[in-house]
Structures are given as C-alpha cells and as structure tokens.
Design a protein around this ligand. Sequence first.
Ligand code: DON
Length: 557
Amino acid sequence: MLAKLQLRAPLWLLLLLLLLPGLPAAQGQGAVASAHPMATEAGIAVLADGGNAFDAAVTVAAVLAVVEPYSSGMGGGGFWLLHRASDGFDVMLDGRERAPLAAHRDLYLNDQGEVVPGLSVNGPLSAGIPGQPAALVHLAARYGRLPLAQTLAPAIRIAREGFPVDEHYRRLADWRLQQLLQWPSSSAQFLVDNQVPPLGAIIRQPQLADTLSRIAEQGHDGFYRGPVAQRLVEGVKAAGGIWQLKDLAEYQVVEREPIRGEYRGMKITSAAPPSSGGIVLVSMLNQLSQFDLSSYSPVIRKHLIVEAMRRAYRDRADYLGDPDFVSMPVARLIDPDYAAGLARDIQLDAATPSHHRPPGALTEGHDTTHYSIIDAEGNRVSATLSVNYPFGSCFVAPGTGVLLNDEMDDFSARPGVPNVYGLVGGEANAIAPGKRMLSSMTPTFVETEQGVAVLGTPGGSRIISMLLHGILSLDAGEGPQAWVTRPRYHHQYLPDLIQFEPGALSVDEQQQLQAMGHQLKPLDSTYGNMQALFWNREDGRLSGASDPRGIGETLVK
Ligand code: DON
C-alpha cells in the first residue's frame, strides 16, 4: 500500500460558506436548463410571469412529460431537490414510483425461479405506481405561488395542439417500436400509421391534455381518485397488470432530508434514498479526498477515480433500498473515515478485481430527463425524472393518455441477477408491496466559495459517475459547458470493466489501464444528457449549459 496525501477542507471555510446566503441575488428573472427547448422556454415564461423556481419546476416537468414521452411523464416519477432561499431550507421531494400492493418478491420469476426476460421492462406488469402527479401538486401547493391552472397550462396546450417529431424522438421510438405496437392506445398516441413518425410530424395527445386538466382542476385527486384512477386501473388489469384502486389512493409524495457531503471545501447536497445517488456520490468524493488528484498523471488519476467508483457501487449493491422498508447504514456510508477505510486498499498501479458475479447486459440509455432552475430570489430546483426505459413500459392506459413507466426493473428481480443497467442488488432492494425501487437519479447542488451549481443527468447506473465527473470538472476550475461536455468513463463494480465514451481515454491510457489489470469496454456512442446551471454569488451572474449529446436548451433571462 502506498502513501497518500490527506487533503480536507478546513472547518472554518465550510462555516463561512454556510453564512454566505446574503450575497447578491441572481440577476434578472432566472435560468432554466432542460432537455427540451419547449420546456425551457415555458419555464422561463413562468419566471417572467412572477412565478418562482418551484412554479417553473411544475411547468418544466409537465411540458417534458408531453414533448419527451420517452424520458419522463405523468405515468412516471422522480426526485426534486429544492432549495428555498428565504430560510435556506433544503429538501428532496420523493415522487418515486412504488410497487403495486399485489406485487411480491418473485413477481418476475418463472416456476424454476429464473427471471423471465422482458417481464419487468415491457407492458403494464413492469409499471410502478406513478409519483410525478403527486409531486407536482405538492410542489405547487407547498412551495409555489401560482395556481396549477396557470403552471400546467403550457403542457395542456402543447398536448392538445401537438409538437413536432425530431430525430431524437424517432430514434427512441424506433428502438421501442415492437413494444409500442403491442398496444393500440400506445401506437395511436406515439406512432403514425403504426410506424415511427416522420420528422416534423405533429404528435397530439388530447387524452393526456384532459388528464392534465383534471390535475389542474382537482389537484392530487384528479389523478389518484375518480375517473382517471379508474381508467388507469381498468386498463392495466385488462392488459395483464396488477394495479388496484387502493394503490393509487394510497400514493403519497415523501419529503426527505437530502444527503450532504463535502469535497475540498465544496458543499454537496444530493439525492437521498430511495435514490442511491447522493450516497454513492459522496462516498466516491470522500474516497478521492484521500488523494491529491492534481499531483498524479492523467492516467493514474483516472485509475483512482475508477477505483473509487468501484467501491462506492459495491456498497450500493449490498446495502441500499427503500428507507421506509430497510434499515441502511447511511451515516456510515457517507462518513469520511469509512471512505478512508475503503480507499486504503486502492493501489496506485493495479486494479482491485470485483468479486465475480455474472456480468450484466448494458444498455446505452438516452431516456430519463433532468432540469435545473434558479430564480431571481436564489430558489433552486434540481430534478431528475424518469419512466425508466425509453417510452417506459410502452403501455398507455386507454382513455388517459398516460404512458406508464417500467420502473419495476430497478428492483433486484433476484439477488445477484443484473437489471437492464447491469446493476445487481440484494435483499435491501428486493420487491415488496408498496416499496420504492432503488434509483440512481442524482439531482445535486454544489456550493463553492464562489457560487452554486445545480446539475444532474439521465443515464441509468451511469448517472452517479457522470455527476462525479461534473463535480471534478467544477473543482478543476471549469465552467458549466465543460461539466456537461467532458468525455465520460464509468465503473460500477459489476460488470468489472471500465466503459468509456469515444475520446474519453487515449490509446496510451487504454494500454496503461489494461496493464494495471482493468478490463475496458469502449462504447460506440455517447451517453447522458446533463443540464447544469451556475450562479456566481460574487457578481450575481447566472450561466449554464445543456449537454451537447442531447437537444436541450439553457436560457438565462
Ligand atoms: O431511477 C433510475 O435509476 C433509473 N430508472 C433511471 C433510468 C435512466 O436514467 C435511463 N436513462 N438513460
């Protein structure tokens, strides 16, 4: 074992950061970074109309539900990390889907106890009980100042009038075409003549507009009780699913204390369980703070980062699940001393092998979505939302316009058997009635001496390592454009390999990493779709960037 340089932020610096909220307010009306221009523009318009960041967050999520049906929606869920400027209050809204009450741990196994391929990914049996409608209603009522009738209006209008199909839509619809064709309600909503729509075709979703209008008029009960709930349950049951009215009637959003950590003087606030994001992120950063990364060559630096990823993702698999169902050693997992222990057997010149379990299938993953908002008062929202796989379960409950998620695949269908992201899990993430499935979504705030970053991304299991890259880029003095652009590499303990985007590792670095014992998996495409903002508290300036891998837009007004 080799010596390491200890580098920790002095306590006085952190205390100073905590006392800083009185600095200049953000200039203008605010900033929005989202994965779709129509959502960003609608969010900015709400800020201009006197809404705060939380009102804009309702609008952006609802518009994304309409124009990015492959990523997120009213039939899905997510996590909204909020910061209220008036009193410095941080909270995470947990709008994660729950397993139906009729679900059980062996739901996706056959008589021989083997996982039935596709069952947790396609069709209504793969759908958890949606959380997004509840979260938006809660966000508006508790934190916003505009009525839902106003903040949902842009989404209702776009659902009714339609939006034009772009290349991104076409690619993902093509990927899920066979599943979309299984259900007439889905092909009618998302295809044209049972085919991938041509570029520029207008997708109108009048039934989704009606469902959104009900939520605007009746709030939570507009979705979870009454005719919409009835149609959802009837549609799911008729198509082989197991939802019941009481599943919807019982659904509640939960406010959770975010995960907090620090790295070289930066204060990290991130997603709490049932997301693994904050814990894995803080664990990686804690391990890396054992090293003076800038003192190593680029390839050793990458090796150290990979080794920190490996160890943090191992803990994810072993310990994490729904906090309402399992007890987890959260305080220990994010404790710097525990991370120092994890980092102790990191060697500077050799990979630590992961214990062998079956390697998982890895998908490219361009679904799920993230947006970041900062308003003029300094309120902030970092939200990552999902229907899981592209177009979720591909099942639209007839008469509702609501495309259901396939988030049930985020559970561990059987201990040690990888899910679509190659992630393994155990008892902590086993299926149980009413339980929330473990997520990797990692909406995050980073406070530095200079300002505040709001960032996040889709990308399945790779979300958390993308956040790590973004934060290391910030720490290296780079701005939002670099955080979202930097080529990415990833390790998740199992399968035991480094996946990397084209250009992320030079040929020479690849050879050196292999010589250390790393297995490499070059990817032929890029991944992720990060949306990031930065509020410079010294001069009040807002800036931001949308990932060049996607079609998103950042506006500062
Ligand atoms: O919650 C999770 O971790 C996953 N359902 C997120 C899926 C995702 O990011 C897919 N995107 N590429």
